[in-house]
Design a protein around this ligand. Sequence first.
Ligand code: HEM
Length: 207
Amino acid sequence: MRPDSSHPQRVFDPLLRILHWTLALSIVALVATSQLAEAFEHGPYEDAIWNLHILSGYVLAAGLLTRLLWGLVGPASARWRDLWHPGVWKASLAKLRLPQGHRAGHDPIASLAYLFAYGLMALMVVTGLGLAASEFQAGPLAGWLGDAAWLEDVLEDPHEVGFALLLGFIGLHLAALVYHQLRGEKVAQSMVTGKQYLDAESGVQHD
Ligand code: HEM
């Protein structure tokens, strides 16, 4: 992408952007509440903070479900196929080089990380709902799993590993955005404005 490209194109639709920020903010809230609950363990606010954590989990679940559906019925740049570029992944691996230029829509290499992040979010939602039910008798699965105290031991580790990997994704995602910013490329703003600044030839999508 050229830093001085002056013809922005409208690429990311408003719902996709709202979902991006819903997911990002719910994850920030989940991280903050999990850390606060541990800091205030056995204190008078512990349960209230876990309730906020579970509420943030519902927001993540609703955002993720809507994103899944939007990937099936939304505009081209929101579709799952806009995140699926096996040809680019294989070529980059074979040459050990990142592709040059920028296509309209998601960056093909970053898309691999996004798919991984969506998988992690799904893991967090499933294990989180199981933990809410078995540990706090809360949430939609409480009627079914409310008595399954053993489930807590089974789900705790995957929930924590998923959490650590999601933090890794966020660090990588933010580092990549800062890298582009330092090179004068206006990538980060595209999830706010929906506009991308592309090379003249890059409107052509490649795989
Ligand atoms: C907790 C923090 C964040 C998480 C979990 C997150 C997650 C994601 C995910 C899952 C995608 C793929 C979106 C899709 O489905 O279409 C994405 C794309 C994107 N995000 Fe974030 N994000 C976070 C913070 C940010 C921030 C702070 C910015 C910058 C303002 C940002 C800018 C972008 C941009 C520009 C893309 C599209 C990049 C491209 O492929 O061209 N994100 N993010």
